[in-house]
Design a protein around this ligand. Structure first.
Ligand SMILES: *Cc1c(COP(=O)(O)O)cnc(C)c1O
Length: 476
């Protein structure tokens, strides 16, 4: 075993990993990356088919981001946002508000997707409490305890506020006693929707579904019921266009627009978690103009959120940094005399980090360049073509692509949609077989995730698809 692998086995505890399984095999130790390729300490090469857990956008060692980080290193790496402003964080905030192109006006920085959601949740909660206290008067102010609504199957991170919004039992159930109360409502999962009366076909389930938008009615009912109780939901939290960790579950066109309109009519603030979907990842329109004008999933359904949570791709996959964008109205509710204690008492040591902000600025420049836009349009089409070749496999039940993300759901029998049991570890086994073929990704349950960096070439995309095809054939 390589000495670094040995050290890892001896000392490192990995995230979301059954360590007993981990300790059975020698781990791949990554030492270098270039474009869409990762290299390990033994000199083996792999394609980074999930963009290093959804973070990387333009490939590894992008010359422009490398130069931006180096340039910043020669000035300063970090100074505190508590009491001081800094150059790249100021520039980045202006730029983010510009590309969000909505009523979002203020940027609160943090470090990860979880913390971006934590900030949104605390702000939405406190904003609602304050505005409701003002209307109901001081006496009943103490009784005001706003509730939040999130989607079934949601994953918004691992800190306690973010976990409270999560509805994946496997991750979240154990901590139920620690959490604040949120409710969940049906999310559209056309492939496994109880209201979808269509027989399985060899196509994305959204294209052949037969329903009456019962999923939208469910959201309507949930919001109405809470409003009738006299304590309407403070916020509706959602991943726009596609739920990631839930299993790459895409929303049929129009769903987001309908449910956010309903949520708004009940006075709920809209919290869009674009930690996975943002930065050009989910633009499903195959035109350069559309790709340039909307970097975020919300924009495609003309939804204007009150909070936009960004992380993963923000720095192009270089450094941990997150941003929660919000409106002037929310910001204003926290203004007051020092002694009024209206301040938002929240923040982290590395808030507004210069290296991260410099990387993010360079990444946004690349994203908006003509060449990146045409690259994304090209790759999306190639991905679509390659994914079509997978339908011949009987163990593939659904293939759902949104922009440059795809979820491929493995099933025991495509005619009945019968799923694999958890203990069969179908997704894990297929990904292991792909890894032996030089393609790295991680499953979400029985769903294989493909999310290549935007610089992935046609040949590399073909290799990813053929590795998946061979792996499925080998495992089943
Ligand atoms: C990954 C993810 C998070 C959590 O982000 P971390 O950086 O891992 O804390 C939150 N929301 C979504 C949609 C994510 O994909």
């Amino acid at each position: 075993m390589h000495p670094l692998a040995k050290l890892d086995h001896q000392f490192v505890w990995h995230p979301f990993t059954q360590m007993r399984d981990w300790l059975r095999d020698e781990p791949i130790v990554i030492s270098e990356g270039q474009g869409a390729v990762l290299r390990d300490v033994k000199g083996r090469e792999y394609l980074d088919a999930n963009s290093s857990i959804w973070t990387n956008l333009h490939g590894h060692q992008h010359p422009k981001i490398n130069a931006a980080v180096r340039g910043q290193l020669n000035k300063i790496s970090h100074s505190s946002a508590l009491g001081f402003a800094n150059e790249p964080a100021s520039l980045l905030a202006g730029k983010l508000v510009g590309v969000a192109n909505s009523k979002l006006a203020k940027v609160f920085y943090s470090d990860d997707g979880s913390t971006a959601l934590e900030v949104a949740v605390k702000l939405a909660y406190e904003f609602t409490r304050r505005t409701r206290c003002n209307t109901v008067g001081r006496a009943s102010a103490r009784a005001v305890s706003p509730r939040l609504l999130a989607l079934d199957g949601a994953y918004h991170g691992d800190t306690i506020g973010a976990v409270s919004l999560g509805h994946i039992d496997l991750f979240h159930k154990a901590y139920a006693g620690l959490l604040f109360k949120t409710d969940k409502v049906m999310s559209p999962y056309c492939y496994r929707c109880p209201f979808n009366r269509a027989k399985p076909e060899r196509d994305d389930a959204r294209n052949y579904r037969k329903c009456r938008w019962e999923c939208v009615s469910r959201v309507e009912q949930k919001l109405s019921a809470q409003t009738k109780k006299g304590n309407p939901y403070a916020a509706f939290v959602f991943e726009p266009l596609m739920q990631g960790a839930a299993g790459m579950i895409p929303q049929p066109g129009g769903w987001l627009r309908q449910v956010t309109d309903i949520a708004r009519s009940h006075g709920a603030l809209l919290v869009a978690d674009e930690v996975m979907t943002g930065f050009g990842r989910t633009n499903s329109k195959l035109s350069a103009a559309a790709s340039r004008s909307s970097l975020f999933a919300c924009q495609q359904e003309l939804v204007q959120p009150d909070f936009l949570c960004l992380a993963k791709g923000l720095t192009g996959g270089y450094l941990p940094m997150a941003a929660t964008l919000t409106t002037q109205k929310v910001f204003d509710a926290f203004l007051g005399g020092y002694e009024e204690l209206k301040t938002f008492f929240h923040g982290h040591s590395y808030t507004g980090n210069q290296l991260g902000a410099a990387a993010a600025l360079a990444s946004l420049d690349i994203l908006q360049s003509k060449s990146s836009v045409s690259q994304r349009v090209r790759l999306q089409k190639q991905m679509q073509d390659e994914l079509q070749t997978l339908w011949v496999l009987p163990h593939i039940g659904d293939i759902r692509q949104v922009g440059l993300v795809a979820g491929i759901e493995l099933v025991k029998n495509w005619r009945t949609r019968e799923p694999f049991a958890l203990r069969e570890r179908a997704g894990i086994r297929v990904c292991a077989a792909m890894s032996r073929r030089g393609v790295l990704t991680r499953p979400a349950g029985n769903v294989i995730v493909l999310m290549p960096p935007y610089c992935t070439t046609k040949t590399q995309m073909q290799k990813i698809a053929s590795a998946l095809r061979e792996a499925v054939a080998e495992v089943f």
